[in-house]
Design a protein around this ligand. Structure first.
Ligand code: TYD
Ligand code: MG
Length: 463
């Protein structure tokens, strides 16, 4: 029999090393390597003990019938269904990550209740709270009457044995993956070895029975799902539940989805009765806006398939520091540096001795380069002290040469702006046929110089 192979697994990122070291080469963390028996029974027992079994390939076309059989379990919470790509997929595993206390258990309890009252068999297994505590939460959410089956259990074999009894469950929620442990691995719960082994066992159960599984995972401060980053590769979909402290809304972001789009978001508001779907997030992110506010520009963005209007706020103030401060919340700081460089190099806007603060209202995070134009407008407006028109939206990408580039979905952005009462737009030329949008009330500069001249009037020098 082959000698059991010893390897060392990083408890932070899951990287496997042949030799022990103080520092993981992959993620740079110290003291995270732990000895692990590579054969350890994970994924089908030690190698070399079992003779190969022959599989049988199936024609792709012959699968069609199986799949049409209502593959999705629709929760009825529209924002959750949007993020999952139309509901939970039977036989799939989904990982829901997020900071502790952000509302993962709340979201899943509401989804479980909604599904259970539609007649699905839903099992909610909590490894963190006692059944009484889970019931208390359900009471608070006003869903304690829903026929959800509750269990407080952490051993995977026990869980699978319990849920295999009776009618096959449609959805099983395991809260959380860090508390699960299996007899197949002998490390402590929460270690990479345990988390991986436990996840593998429940994913195998999901695939073989057609039950949908939701795994909850806590995220570390660095933004990784603690330990079980390995799980991200094993599951079919990964959703993150995010929110800023002090704000009441939460965003459910899809980062991986084998059965749907990955750039979707679901928006919720946390109330004292749990999470509420926010059907029109633009209204939420635009918040309270005042008439005379230099430095504020409304960006017409797209998040997944949905347009989203957010206010971008800039503050430019003379600096007393040798190296002026650049602080950004909700946007990419290197992208801000780029816009500042373009303003300086091509438009003569000197910001080298100014502190620059940029904030996306409501604590929302923008990832689109289409926000460049709104950022530039906000910066110039703050520097010149002249407020931008309140009824105008901005979008467009700025290149290093100072040219304004077209971006996708211009029509959709304009339609959303119009719906929310905006009557003007500053946007790129070309692309879709948009010149006549908003009653022709659009300004389509070709370069950033034109925008600066229009925004700051005679206060800025034109090159
Ligand atoms: P929870 O779902 O327990 O978070 P997680 O499972 O991600 O750790 O959410 C806990 C927080 O949500 C807690 O700070 C209180 C808040 N909350 C409400 O504001 N309203 C509610 O109705 C509930 C149930 C929780
Ligand atoms: Mg929880």
């Amino acid at each position: 029999m082959a000698k059991p192979k010893i390897q060392f697994v990083c408890q932070n990122c899951g990287a496997v090393h042949a030799r022990w070291a103080g520092k993981c080469d992959d993620c740079g963390e110290w003291n995270t390597l732990v000895e692990d028996n590579a054969g350890g029974g994970i994924g089908g027992g030690p190698t070399g003990l079992r003779s190969p079994r022959k599989g049988r390939p199936v024609a792709l076309t012959s699968l069609a019938g199986d799949i049409e059989d209502a593959p999705r379990i629709v929760s009825g919470m529209s924002e959750l269904d949007r993020a999952t790509g139309g509901g939970f997929v039977r036989g799939s595993a989904l990982l829901l990550g997020g900071d502790p206390g952000i509302g993962k258990s709340t979201l899943l309890m509401q989804a479980a209740a909604s599904l259970a009252s539609k007649g699905y068999r839903i099992v909610y297994v909590s490894g963190e709270e006692a059944v009484a505590q889970v019931r208390l939460r359900a009471q608070r959410l006003g869903v304690s009457g829903a026929p959800v089956e509750l269990a407080a259990e952490t051993n995977v074999e026990d869980i699978l044995a319990t849920i295999s009894e009776g009618k096959r469950p449609d959805l099983v929620i395991l809260d959380s993956i860090q508390t699960l442990w299996t007899d197949m691995a002998d490390s402590a719960p929460g270690t990479v070895t345990q988390v991986r082994a436990a996840a593998q066992a429940v994913i195998r159960f999901a695939k073989s029975t057609g039950t949908a599984i939701v795994l909850v995972g806590h995220v570390t401060k660095e933004g990784q799902i603690a330990g079980p980053r390995v799980v991200e590769h094993m599951v079919d979909a990964v959703l993150y539940f995010e929110g800023e402290g002090g704000h009441h809304y939460r965003i459910l972001r899809t980062v991986k989805n084998r059965f749907g789009a990955t750039d979707e978001i679901g928006v919720f508001e946390m109330t004292d009765k749990g999470l509420r779907d926010v059907a029109n997030p633009s209204e939420l992110f635009l918040g309270e806006r005042h008439d005379k506010a230099p430095g504020a520009a409304v960006f017409a963005g797209i998040e997944g398939t949905r347009p989203l209007l957010v206010e971008i706020q800039a503050l430019v103030a003379p600096s007393s520091l040798g190296t002026p401060r650049r602080a950004v919340i909700g946007w990419d700081s290197s992208r801000l540096s780029m816009i500042l460089a373009v303003l300086e190099a091509h438009c003569g806007v000197r910001l080298g001795s100014h502190d620059v603060y940029l904030n996306v209202a409501g604590g929302y995070r923008i990832s689109e380069p289409a926000a460049d134009l709104a950022v530039a407008a906000a910066l110039v407006s703050s520097l010149s002290g002249l407020a931008l028109p309140k009824d105008c939206v901005y979008f467009g990408e700025i290149s290093l040469s100072g040219a304004i580039r077209p971006v996708a979905h211009a029509q959709q952005r304009l339609k959303e702006a119009e719906k929310l009462g905006f009557i003007r737009a500053v946007m790129p030329r070309g692309g879709d046929d948009t010149a006549n949008a908003l009653g022709g009330n659009t300004f389509q500069p070709q370069t950033l110089v034109e925008l600066v001249a229009k925004t700051a009037g005679s206060k800025q020098r034109k090159d």
